[in-house]
Design a protein around this ligand. Structure first.
Ligand code: FUB
Length: 326
């Protein structure tokens, strides 16, 4: 266990390790952050993201924003995941019936991204991985949302290194390419979860994102189309689907009255940060809403050595989110 200074908004939450892709949840009154654990590597930068060569996960926690941030150490290591070979990317967590569920993408032994699940009686782990990835899972960046009616959904997907474009035919095609710019953009995916939280309950389906006229966003609309990092939260009865636009580096959002969409594009949450990737979560804590995100300032801009930060999120009366400048 490693305890660090109390966080200050827009400052790295911790500086003892590099962290990214923060999924924040409040479990039993404590704020837990489930980030990727970035590490150094000699693998050069490339569009397929091989330089994100992470091997384990840590859990961070906070009682409140005056208390220290606690790094609870390694919660899951790749050597304890039989099906995984490399690249433990952006994770998420959920709680149901006395069990904490940890979800993570990693490449299998064929080099194909799958999504795994692991469980623990404690929110800080250690988590015990299931022997196989979730059947029917593919691509990256799982985000699990449990609605007020108890239904659980996993949202996922990511282009380029995240391999989403290789699954357009329903099976993995190593030659799969993104659509051309006037074709509809590739959709992020969702699946319902069974009550055991370890299996998909039905088929993987598309999350449709349209512009306000009901037209699907096009692949060439790179300032608005989905790239990676889905997250769903509910505010005033409305579902917010937020995500990264990847190569244009925005965090944006769309809203719907249904957790499975269709979602209508609404605007930007966060302008580009220092670094290539941008990835976030949105959580309510002690009566306020917060955006957890990352940038590469702790490493002076090294793409794969990032740090988690947070900032208060504010809504306009019409439910739109005020854009934040990092
Ligand atoms: O951390 C590795 C990858 O970078 C994540 O899975 C993406 O969302 C991007 O943040």
């Amino acid at each position: 266990m490693n305890i660090t200074h109390p966080p200050i908004m827009k400052k790295p939450l911790i500086t003892s390790i590099y962290t990214a892709d923060p999924s924040a949840h409040v479990f039993k009154g404590i704020l837990y952050i489930y980030p990727s654990h970035d590490i150094d590597t000699d693998i050069p930068f490339s569009d397929n993201g091989s330089h994100f060569d992470m091997k384990d996960y840590h859990v961070l926690s906070l009682k409140d924003f005056q208390s220290p941030v606690i790094d609870h150490g390694v919660s899951l290591h790749i050597t304890d995941v039989p099906w995984a070979s490399k690249q433990m990317w952006a994770p998420d967590a959920a709680y149901r019936d006395q069990t904490y569920y940890f979800y993570f993408p990693a490449k299998d032994h064929e080099g194909i991204f799958r999504i795994g699940a692991a469980t623990s009686p404690s929110p800080i782990g250690p988590f015990k991985a299931e022997p196989n990835p979730i059947a029917g899972s593919f691509s990256i960046d799982p985000a699990v949302f449990i609605d007020e009616d108890g239904c659980a959904y996993m949202y996922f997907g990511g282009l380029w290194g995240g391999q989403l474009e290789k699954w357009q035919a329903g099976t993995y095609d190593p030659e799969g390419r993104c659509p051309t710019e006037n074709e509809p953009a590739l959709a992020p995916k969702f699946a319902r979860l069974k009550s055991n939280m370890l299996e998909f309950d039905g088929p993987v389906q598309d999350i449709v994102i349209t512009d306000p006229d009901g037209q699907p966003l096009l692949a060439g609309d790179t300032d608005r189309r989905f790239f990676e990092a889905p997250w769903v939260h509910k505010y005033n009865g409305l579902y917010y689907f937020s995500y990264s636009t990847g190569d244009t580096h925005f965090l944006v959002y769309a809203t719907s009255e249904n957790p499975t969409g269709p979602f209508v594009y609404r605007g930007r949450i966060l302008n580009p940060v220092v670094g290539w990737t941008t990835h976030h979560s949105i959580v309510a804590f002690h009566g306020k809403w917060y955006l957890f995100y990352h940038d590469s300032t702790l490493s002076n801009g090294v793409t794969h050595k990032r740090c988690v930060k947070f900032i208060e999120l504010t809504y306009n009366p019409d439910g739109s989110i005020k854009t934040i400048d990092p």
